[in-house]
Design a protein around this ligand. Structure first.
Ligand SMILES: NC(=O)c1ccc[n+]([C@@H]2O[C@H](COP(=O)([O-])OP(=O)(O)OC[C@H]3O[C@@H](n4cnc5c(N)ncnc54)[C@H](OP(=O)(O)O)[C@@H]3O)[C@@H](O)[C@H]2O)c1
Length: 261
């Protein structure tokens, strides 16, 4: 964080809790914004699509009858803007209780396609932008000795499947990175939650996917909120993915490599 003065994190009496969501313009991020605002949070919402953020803020603020949502248009691959933007958000909100990195994207990759341009974008949005933002929030929470850091990873990070190698590598990296942050920040009093959604009905969901249930963004947001409240470390959502992935991670390689899953 650029500014390290104590008054940056001071809270007035009876404050509303504050949350930041990076990647809030659609899907799971927008559902989280609505859920947290409905629970009384003030929310700082970031993403590239300003129009969607403005409409979401207006909807939340009208519903609440007061200003609870604030839009900050931002592209997470613009790493050099992040320290100043984070400082601005801390100054605007006064403090942060929950910080969520949700931004993500996925290309459709053919089974014989090896395209570094697509890999690079995938790593930048799903992993490197996450590190750049989570480092800022981790620095703040380390100093505060409190706070909830949440990263939206995926079941895709649990095993290297044939479908989309860089997306799986990015999510695997995100899960490991979050575990390291958890182990560092636990001794300071801050919590880190890794979220591993299964299939959720959003723009990212590939048309072709195994015939397993698809969750709504709203149910996913509810499960994430509950996990934050319960200070969970890792959330598979819906719950049955924990057991599916237990089987997947224990399937021997000579069988796994023949599967198209
Ligand atoms: N849907 C699923 O089945 C599923 C399963 C497992 C994990 N996930 C993860 O869940 C998270 C949310 O995805 P979603 O399913 O809700 O899809 P989504 O509706 O496409 O949401 C993706 C969010 O990421 C933001 N984003 C993408 N590129 C960005 C960039 N360069 N800078 C800033 N923000 C960027 C998008 O905002 P802008 O485009 O406005 O920038 C949008 O708000 C992702 O991390 C995804 O990998 C999804």
């Amino acid at each position: 964080m650029a500014s390290d003065t104590q008054q940056d994190f001071e809270r007035p009496l009876n404050p509303a809790p504050k949350a930041v969501i990076v990647g809030a313009s659609s899907g799971i991020g927008a559902a989280l914004a609505r859920k947290l605002a409905a629970e009384g949070y003030q929310v700082a919402l970031l993403a590239r699509r300003k129009k969607l953020l403005d409409v979401l803020c207006q909807e939340i603020n009208e519903e609440a009858g007061e200003t609870r949502a604030f839009a900050y248009p931002h592209d997470v691959t613009q790493y050099n803007q992040i320290p100043e933007l984070f400082r601005q958000i801390v100054q605007d909100l006064k403090t942060i209780d929950v910080f969520i990195y949700n931004s993500g994207m996925s290309h459709t990759i053919g089974l014989s396609e090896y395209d570094f341009e697509k890999d690079l974008e995938t790593m930048e949005v799903n992993l490197l932008g996450g590190m750049a933002w989570l480092n800022q929030a981790a620095t703040l929470f380390d100093r505060m000795g409190s706070g909830h850091l949440v990263g939206i990873s995926s079941i895709a990070g649990d095993r290297g499947r044939v479908g989309n190698p860089s997306y799986m590598a990015a999510k695997s990296g995100m899960s490991t990175y979050l575990e390291s942050l958890r182990n560092r920040l636990a001794r300071k009093g801050a919590h880190v939650l890794t979220v591993k959604p299964g299939y959720v009905q959003t723009d990212i969901l590939p048309e072709k996917h195994p015939p397993l249930p698809v969750a709504t963004p709203e149910d996913t947001a509810k499960a994430i909120y509950k996990a934050i409240r319960r200070k969970k470390q890792v959330l598979y959502t819906p719950w049955f993915w924990r057991y599916i992935m237990l089987v997947v991670t224990h399937t021997p390689s000579f069988i796994f490599r023949r599967m198209s899953f």
